[in-house]
Design a binder for this molecule. Structure first.
Ligand code: C2E
Ligand code: CA
Ligand code: CA
Ligand code: CA
Length: 280
């Protein structure tokens, strides 16, 4: 039994070593990846449901690894977050997103679109976010009101007081703050009173089942109604078909994004898309 236990241990330990080694190698590869041009930012269009107009876009980081090909952000963002690299990467994304939004605005001066940038818990906890954001806006010459910052519920809930004051500072500069993946945490809407936000993004797990599962439809409708009573904008993400789009519009959801409306694309492709007429 002793021998079996030992080899068992060794087996698991080797598997664990491999996982650790993979992460370490990924972290090494991620160092300087922006400078080498392996990282890029794509944008997924966001539409106003009432009239089908494209009003903005979400910036999504992409990594074309020289040997492994495309690595999804769900994998490398986590590594970047744990190693602290996310602070630097996040700055690059903010700067690029602000510069791209300025170009879109020049092409659409009547209704200049906003750009939404994801910010991770670590970037928020670093404390320097308001300065980083202010610098990116100034460098690009972007109006603060056209930058939206997306934070997950869990990022905010770790330390509501500190997060609350940071978010208040951001908002007082004119930047809009959205809560991402809303409904997946246990926070519920009561936290919206303590954490000041401009919008919530209904998580796509609710949107996915909105036509099939009456509970998800009820929850989605409740989020929309309560957010509106607090003066908060509601965005639905992961809209993959016309039925979901139509029911969300009927329920009064303000904005939506998803594969059915538009996939993530380059900044230039988005600029072309802006001029094409409304969906729905
Ligand atoms: P997220 O913020 O929830 O972003 C939305 C994700 O849903 C994106 O995945 C997007 O491509 C995907 N998506 C959009 N429409 C649909 C749809 O109709 N159906 C489905 N199934 N998926 C859809 P992506 O690009 O793989 O990003 C994954 C996550 O990585 C993001 O989730 C975000 O948390 C994180 N991330 C991406 N870029 C950044 C970044 O620049 N900074 C930080 N901190 N996190 C980022
Ligand atoms: Ca997001
Ligand atoms: Ca999300
Ligand atoms: Ca469900």
């Amino acid at each position: 039994a002793k021998v079996a236990g030992k080899s068992c241990y060794r087996f698991y330990s080797r598997a664990m070593d491999q996982a650790v080694e993979r992460r370490m190698r990924m972290e090494q590869d991620l160092h300087g990846a922006w400078e080498r041009g392996e990282l890029s930012v794509e944008y997924q269009p966001i539409y106003q449901l009432a009239d089908g107009r494209m009003v903005g876009a979400e910036a999504l980081l992409r990594w074309a690894h020289p040997r492994q090909g495309r690595i999804p952000p769900s994998v490398f963002i986590d590594v970047a977050e744990q190693s602290g690299l996310i602070e630097q990467l996040g700055r690059h994304v903010l700067e690029r997103a602000c510069a791209d939004a300025v170009r879109w605005g020049e092409a659409m001066p009547d209704q200049p679109p906003f750009v939404a940038v994801n910010v991770s818990a670590r970037q928020l906890r670093g404390g320097g976010l308001p300065e980083v954001v202010a610098n990116a806006l100034a460098a690009a010459g972007l109006d603060a009101a056209r930058l939206h910052v997306e934070l997950t519920e869990t990022a905010v809930l770790g330390d509501e007081l500190q997060a609350g004051s940071l978010l208040a500072r951001l908002r007082s500069s004119g930047v809009k703050v959205w809560l991402d993946d809303f409904g997946t945490g246990f926070s519920g809407l009561s936290h919206l009173r303590r954490v000041p936000v401009d919008g919530v993004k209904i998580d796509r797990s609710f949107v996915a089942d909105v036509l099939r599962d009456p509970d998800d439809l009820a929850l989605t409708s409740a989020i929309i109604a309560m957010a509106h009573s607090l003066g908060i904008t509601v965005v639905a993400e992961g809209v993959e078909n016309e039925g979901q789009h139509d029911v969300l519009r009927e329920r009064g959801c303000d904005l939506a994004q998803g594969y059915w409306l538009g996939r993530p694309m380059s900044a230039d492709a988005l600029m072309l898309q802006m001029r094409t007429p409304a969906q729905g």
